[in-house]
Write a protein that binds this ligand. Structure first.
Ligand code: BES
Ligand code: MN
Ligand code: ZN
Length: 501
């Protein structure tokens, strides 16, 4: 797909279809649309009246030009209320545009981003959001279907006012990189457990390394044992697919900071001996979503090259029941010497993360961010669209939350407290891998992780169990993996952590 920023008059556009927007508060067309309407002898006005188009979100007005213009259609899309409009609304509207283009089989179209400038955000960011919405909204995972979608976008023009053109050009490229990296993550997460095993995930990391010049270290089970990662190894033991510990490194010339990104990489989570009932086991191929988000983030930073050293860490494993599997009541000594009593083999993610966090701390980074499909309890607490954010450093948490507001990747902080810390005390070891009750399960999981983080290192934990995948589709996410939170993490690295603070 070719993406161009243009700034000429709408009426002069040379492309198959021209798409503009109208907010419901607007009584008249924008100057640009009005000019096209005049050239079409008032056809847009007439059709608008006929169809009672009023600018409400979801409304679409398709006006053919009957060969009178260099484009075949003017399409007016309802943008809803100006008061509710934000950057994410631009993404949502743009993704809806793509769905229409697909239906009409239009491969070349222009989106009049200027029509969205009533959104109270910088114009170049609106142009970026439009591109993100187009690329994210056009995603399909049909590689295993005989009947694949033939639709491809060949050319996208994003129209802005002339004075914003240069800025928008830069931003549009950022948007393209972010959305394509997110789609890369979606592709990986959507692959089933029989295709993406820990070994395969390591190969994918190595391919990324070759493509963008990252150093990639991969450790097998013998080396994992030598490094003392017994908690991680316990989880991996029940699977015929051996584990792989993946460490991928992006090192710019003059890094301002060193950051470790950890992703939960369970290529499949059956629950282990505490096996999940059938319905709950569905979608557990997505239990690698955190790991795949880390890899997607690396794909983006390989192109955006922020001034921050980034270490990606993935303890990849599969959680299966077996004669060799770890069992409830087992006591395991983690890499950092903390003893863990197993209450439930289905609380496996925190065990793999425990050793990954200890490993990350040894790198002495300035910040650690882990992302994990860690608890069903987080979905109960916040609903399936919002990730839970926890950690030991309010400044870093605030940075994550503030970036997530721009990216539209919803996040909400969950509070740690000393009472819940009591709940993970174990009968016969330092810590239990489950809480005393079901209550606060997302937080007790976060508090478990805290035991493996050096108190001096700012750390944030993002529980993405809800938003990592969707069974219904929502906004610009089709059914399946969402690629959450690649845009937030990449933007955080680029716009916050790579900058002076
Ligand atoms: N991978 C699951 C969490 C999960 C659940 C992710 C639903 C996405 C959707 C995790 O390993 C798990 O099984 N957690 C248990 C913890 C419990 C045994 C303390 C859970 O949430 O039920
Ligand atoms: Mn589990
Ligand atoms: Zn899991």
């Amino acid at each position: 797909m070719e993406i161009k920023v243009t700034s000429g008059h709408l009426r002069n556009a040379r492309i198959k279809a021209v798409v503009s927007f109208m907010f419901q508060e607007d009584k008249a067309f924008s100057e640009e649309v009005a000019a096209v309407d005049r050239l079409l002898n008032g056809n847009i006005t007439e059709l608008k009246k006929e169809t009672k188009f009023s600018g409400k979100e979801g409304e679409v007005l398709v006006v053919p030009t009957f060969g009178e213009q260099k484009f075949d259609y003017v399409i007016l899309v309802g943008a809803g209320s100006k008061r509710k409009a934000n950057l994410d609304k631009a993404r949502i509207l743009a993704s809806n545009v793509v769905k229409h283009m697909k239906k009409m089989n239009i491969a070349r179209f222009l989106i009049d981003a200027e029509a969205l400038f009533p959104i109270k955000e910088p114009e170049d960011k609106i142009a970026q959001a439009v591109v993100e919405g187009v690329i994210l909204g056009n995603y399909t995972f049909d590689k295993y279907k005989s009947n694949k979608s033939q639709y491809r976008i060949k050319e996208l023009q994003v129209r802005v006012k002339r004075k914003f053109k240069a800025m928008a050009e830069e931003r549009v490229e950022v948007g393209r990189i972010l959305a394509e990296a997110q789609n890369f993550t979606r592709d990986l997460v959507n692959e089933p457990g029989n295709v993406i095993t820990p070994v395969k995930l390591a190969e994918i990391a190595q391919q990324l390394g070759e493509e963008y010049g990252f150093e990639v270290k991969v450790y097998d089970e013998k080396e994992i044992e030598k490094m003392g990662m017994n908690a991680y190894l316990a989880v991996a033991r029940g699977s015929a697919n051996p584990p792989r510990f993946i460490h991928i490194i992006y090192k710019p010339k003059k890094p301002r900071r060193k950051v470790a990104l950890i992703g939960k990489g369970l290529t499949f989570d059956s629950g282990g001996l505490n096996i999940k009932p059938g319905d709950y086991m569905r979608w557990m191929k997505s239990d690698k979503a955190g790991a795949c988000a880390v890899l997607g983030t690396f794909k983006a930073i390989g192109q955006l090259k922020p001034d921050v050293e980034v270490h990606g860490i993935i303890a990849a494993a599969e959680n299966m029941p077996d004669g060799k599997a770890y069992r409830p009541d087992d006591i395991i000594i983690a890499k950092n010497g903390v003893s863990i009593e197993i209450g439930n083999t289905d609380a496996e993610g925190r065990l793999t993360l425990a050793d990954a966090l200890s490993y990350a701390c040894e790198l002495k980074p300035d910040a650690i961010i882990d992302m994990a499909t860690l608890t069903g309890a987080c979905i109960v607490a916040l609903g399936e669209y919002t990730a839970g954010v926890m950690g030991n450093n309010q400044k870093l948490i605030n940075d994550v939350l503030s970036v997530s507001e721009e990216t539209g990747e919803w996040m909400w902080q969950l509070p740690f407290n000393d009472m819940l810390r009591e709940h993970i005390k174990a009968p016969n070891a330092d810590v239990y891998n489950i809480g005393k009750t079901r209550y606060g399960g997302a937080i007790t999981a976060g508090l478990f992780l805290e035991k493996f983080v050096d108190k001096k290192i700012p750390w944030v934990h993002i529980d993405i169990a809800g938003p990592a995948h969707t069974t219904t589709g929502w906004y610009y996410h089709p059914k399946g993996a969402t690629g959450f939170p690649v845009r937030t993490i990449t933007t955080l690295l680029k716009d916050k952590l790579a900058k002076e603070r």
